[in-house]
Design a binder for this molecule. Structure first.
Ligand SMILES: *Cc1c(COP(=O)(O)O)cnc(C)c1O
Length: 378
């Protein structure tokens, strides 16, 4: 209505504009950003960056600022070299700068992959429930979306997944490990089976989304890229590195994949400020990975205490825990919110997801769900 009055055009909303058919009637991605005392709904790291790192970022950004009259390094070579070194050190497989590509969050990495390997007339498959952005980025890039199955414990059912790949012959296969929102990790053998199925039906790209791998009990799937040019591992600094606000994601793959995504990336997509900040964060890797160890211990405590209270919990390899089961999921979400704790309703019937926060935040959450259980028993 405001737009109407402001422009006098008679346009009152999105659907009065000539938007693409597949966007009509859709809503944007949106986890509620509510102002409540305990926010455990978006899998962020609860620890602010340590002060020495904040100071180092200020230094590096000041240096970058002196050159902001120029475009940034289009190929982000120094940053990709640093990321390659980090992956080599922690991922169980040596990678070089040619294997690594970086963008504004892994969401942009995934978008570039779908722009390159998906697009109109092509399809991508994911095994749901999983990260809802895979389907949304598919839609945004004009890629058809296929919802593949999981078993009732939210694990990847290899036979069902292979069947779905053989039947639909998707161009891109998403495997999220550990999976969001369930926390479920995927075994290397399973990824290899899906890769074979995807090459037999395709050839198609297999994208392993490892946003949470630093929190896993298991090793990274990074070594699988060796000898498999159609396999991509995507990573992010949003979770383990505690830098969701930075917007820095990256991938590791065969150098040909890195060449291919450069066909669609916008020139100078990664600002000099972003590159400088990410480089500073990499200098403090050890401190940041120390927080990850604390969060893993808190995650394990959440699992144990939720079970002790009487909830069902899905095995988690991530920094969050899926718990239930609730006869009315939304009412349970609301009841927890009324006690000052924001968790996530991902639309999985019967289940909610809580992010591991600080010990104090987790205690507040556990108090809330303990009360909720008592109420439900009454
Ligand atoms: C949080 C998350 C990401 C991270 O996205 P960024 O754009 O890097 O912040 C990617 N994949 C999954 C499965 C996630 O949950």
């Amino acid at each position: 209505m405001t737009a109407d009055r402001a422009t006098g055009t008679g346009v009152t909303g999105i659907d009065d504009l000539p938007v693409r058919d597949e966007l009509r009637g859709k809503s944007p991605y949106g986890a509620p950003q509510l102002d409540v005392p305990v926010q455990l709904n978006t899998n962020e790291n609860p620890y602010p960056l340590p002060e020495p790192l904040v100071a180092r970022i200020a230094e590096r950004v000041a240096e970058a600022a002196r050159g902001l009259n120029r475009y940034p390094d289009r190929d982000a070579v120094e940053l990709r070299t640093g990321l390659a070194r980090y992956l080599t050190r922690t991922g169980g497989h040596p990678v070089a700068v040619e294997n690594v590509w970086a963008a504004n969050g892994s969401n942009e990495v995934l978008q570039q992959l779908l722009q390159t390997f998906g697009g109109p007339g092509r399809t991508a498959i994911g095994f749901e429930p999983s990260y809802s952005m895979h389907a949304l980025i598919a839609r945004g890039t004009g890629t058809g979306w296929i919802s593949g199955p999981r078993d009732e414990d939210f694990r990847l059912d290899v036979e069902a997944a292979r069947k779905a790949i053989a039947e639909h012959r998707p161009d891109v296969v998403f495997v999220t490990s550990p999976n969001n929102p369930t926390g479920t990790a995927v075994e290397a053998d399973t990824v290899l089976a899906l890769y074979e199925a995807a090459q037999a039906a395709g050839p198609s790209m297999v994208v392993v989304d490892e946003a949470y791998v630093e929190f896993s009990h298991r090793a990274s799937l990074l070594p699988l890229i060796e000898g498999r040019p159609n396999l991509v591992v995507s990573r992010t600094m949003s979770k383990a590195f505690g830098a969701a606000g930075l917007r820095l994601g990256y991938l590791a793959a065969h150098p040909a994949v890195v060449d291919a995504v450069q066909l669609v990336r916008l020139p100078y997509h990664l600002s000099a400020v972003t590159q400088a900040t990410a480089l500073a964060a990499l200098e403090h890797t050890d401190t940041l990975l120390g927080y990850v160890e604390q969060l893993k211990a808190e995650r394990d405590r959440l699992v144990a205490e939720l079970r002790a209270i009487g909830y069902e919990v899905t095995e988690s390899d991530a920094n969050f825990v899926q718990f239930g089961k609730f006869p009315d999921t939304h009412a349970a979400w609301r009841a927890i919110l009324d006690r000052g704790v924001l968790v996530r309703d991902n639309g999985v019937p019967g289940w909610l997801r809580v992010t591991a926060g600080t010990p104090e935040e987790n205690d507040a959450f556990l108090d809330a769900v303990r009360e909720l259980m008592k109420e439900q028993e009454r």
